[in-house]
Design a protein around this ligand. Structure first.
Ligand SMILES: [Zn+2]
Length: 226
């Protein structure tokens, strides 16, 4: 990558690292198709409870496992973990997927590119973010989705619903997908004991493929935070 772009990347990420978690969550809400149906006060409650839900699940799983090694954890919990190498583009950004009941697939190509990008900065803004740690963070995010699918009848994120429409005594409700995503990020933050807001990684991973696409994330997050 050219020096000019590296400088730009470093400036943008330095700014994003100062954005608080609530602003990141509001940005995540905007990506949810149902966001216009969510009242601000209700959304504040969803954010608070989703962050707490992810944190609690991470603390519970940490108590029940003797190791935080991802392969050991996957084996212990009966998860089929597959690491693949696949190019991604601005139109198709997929870093990892969880498929019920127990399959997690992680694409290591964007992970390697994101780490290379950070290492090419004159002053790496996230010096502790190694390939292994980023792999673990992405695994942890998907691990939360595995745990919530196993506990779907009781876990907060699978039971928080919004009313899409109401007519007389009829109500049509829908799950709020963003609650799961916020909790998954919060889970990974706690599980990996990170000292920076994990949401910034969305920007880093995207920038390594498309600076234009990542700059749109930057603009939206900064606008939301103002
Ligand atoms: Zn997710």
């Amino acid at each position: 990558m050219k020096d000019k772009n590296i400088t730009e990347f470093e400036n943008l990420i330095t700014r994003l690292l100062k954005i608080d978690t609530i602003s990141w969550c509001k940005y995540a809400l905007k990506k949810d198709l149902l966001h216009k149906k969510v009242e601000p006060a209700f959304f504040d409650e969803v954010v608070k409870k989703s962050l707490q839900c992810g944190k609690n699940e991470a603390m519970n799983i940490a108590k029940s496992l003797s190791s935080h090694d991802i392969y050991h954890t996957a084996k212990n919990l009966g998860i089929y973990l597959k690491i693949i190498e696949q190019q991604v583009g601005a139109n198709y950004l997929s870093f990892a997927t969880f498929t019920t009941p127990n399959k997690i697939v992680i694409n290591c190509t964007p992970i390697q590119r994101a780490v290379n990008l950070l290492n090419s900065c004159p002053t790496n803004p996230l010096p502790n973010l190694s390939y292994d740690l980023l792999l673990k963070i992405i695994f942890a995010h998907e691990l939360f989705h595995f745990l919530e699918s196993k506990n779907r009848s009781t876990i907060y994120t699978k039971n928080v619903k919004i009313v899409l429409w109401q007519f007389l005594w009829l109500k049509c409700k829908s799950n709020l997908r963003v609650a799961s995503e916020i909790a998954a990020f919060s889970f990974a933050q706690e599980y990996c004991e990170l000292d920076f807001s994990i949401f910034v990684l969305d920007f880093v991973l995207c920038y390594s493929f498309s600076s234009d696409f990542a700059k749109k994330i930057f603009d939206n997050v900064v606008k939301t935070g103002d």
